[in-house]
Ligand binder design. Structure first.
Ligand code: HEC
Length: 141
């Protein structure tokens, strides 16, 4: 009995270990980001991020093509700028004109079981980081 239990331990340990590499962590973050993206962003920015979601046709400002962010920035994905555009630190014409709250505010509102403060801020920040990681994967080569 004990021998069998010991045999299971290594598997259990590896299942509980955090992702070993930065790449695995990126992949995990992007996975969570994809879920948030599908829920909040896809209607405008489209399934592949090209700005062709079902709601795009009825908008006066065309949603940005999120697949060319790196290409439009000399080949480097502008992660910090993307995060700022999402959390509302930088005003995005389309988002503001459409009277959408900065996403950071909306995410905080959703998590209102947490009192305002560091934990809530960290959770919102992490959710935005997941979105940024996902949008990074949408970049055209
Ligand atoms: C109601 C439609 C709509 C929704 C929903 C929406 N966006 Fe946007 N988004 C836009 C428009 C319109 C623009 C502005 C395009 C422009 O200024 O040329 C924009 C711009 C952006 C930009 C700036 C891109 C750049 O070129 O710098 C980012 C990043 C972005 N959106 C991410 C998101 C994310 C992430 C979500 C979901 C959390 C989201 N958007 C939800 C309409 C939308």
């Amino acid at each position: 009995m004990r021998a069998r239990f010991l045999f299971l331990l290594p598997g259990l340990a590896s299942a509980l270990t955090l992702p070993a590499t930065a790449q695995e962590l990126d992949r995990l973050q992007a996975h969570f980001g994809a879920v948030t993206y599908a829920f909040y962003c896809e209607a405008c920015h489209g399934e592949t991020g090209k700005g062709d979601g079902p709601a795009a046709a009825s908008l006066t400002v065309k949603p940005a093509d999120l697949t060319t962010l790196a290409a439009r920035n000399g080949g480097t994905f502008p992660a910090e700028r993307v995060a700022a555009a999402i959390d509302g630190r930088v005003e995005v014409v389309g988002h503001v004109d459409l009277a959408m709250p900065p996403w950071a505010q909306l995410f905080a509102h959703e998590l209102d079981e947490f009192p305002p403060g560091t934990i809530l801020d960290a959770l919102v920040e992490r959710r935005i980081a997941h979105l940024v990681a996902y949008i990074a994967t949408l970049q055209a080569d």
